[in-house]
Design a protein around this ligand. Structure first.
Ligand SMILES: [Zn+2]
Length: 127
C-alpha cells in the first residue's frame, strides 16, 4: 500500500503536470466546450496570437504544420487524460492499484510515472 505522504507527493506532481499539459495545449488547441477532455488543434492560419510562424504562401507547409500539431495535440491530450484519471483515483481512494488486476502498483513505478494505470505485468497492453 502506498503511504499517505507519498500519495500527497505524487498528487502534487500530477497537479503540476496537469497544469503544464493544459498550458501547452492552450498554446495551439482549444478545449471542446461540449467535452472538456477533448481538445482541438487550431489551424495555424486561424491563430489570432500570430504565434505560428509560417510562410503563408506555402500552403503545403501549413498543412504539414497542422498535421504535426494534430499529432502533438493527440499525445498531450492522451497524457492529460491519464493524469486527470490518476487524480480522480486519488480522490476516490483507488490510487496505486492496477486497473486490470487490482494489485498494488510498485511505488517506484508510481514515482517514475505518477499516472501509471497498470502494474508492470499489465503495462504492455495498455494502448
Ligand atoms: Zn495488473
Amino acid at each position: 500500500m502506498i503511504s499517505e505522504s507519498e500519495k500527497q507527493e505524487l498528487r502534487s506532481a500530477l497537479e503540476k503536470e496537469r497544469e503544464r499539459l493544459t498550458r501547452s495545449l492552450s498554446g495551439f488547441a482549444t478545449r471542446d466546450p461540449k467535452d472538456p477532455s477533448n481538445w482541438n488543434a487550431r489551424y495555424p492560419e486561424m491563430t489570432d496570437e500570430g504565434t505560428a510562424r509560417l510562410d503563408v504562401d506555402e500552403n503545403a507547409d501549413e498543412v504539414e504544420e497542422y498535421e504535426t500539431l494534430l499529432e502533438t495535440e493527440e499525445t498531450l491530450e492522451g497524457r492529460l487524460k491519464d493524469v486527470e484519471r490518476a487524480l480522480e483515483k486519488i480522490s476516490a481512494n483507488a490510487y496505486g492499484q492496477c486497473e486490470r488486476c487490482g494489485e498494488d502498483i510498485p511505488t517506484e513505478r508510481l514515482h517514475a510515472n505518477p499516472a501509471a494505470r497498470f502494474d508492470v505485468k499489465h503495462s504492455n497492453r495498455t494502448r
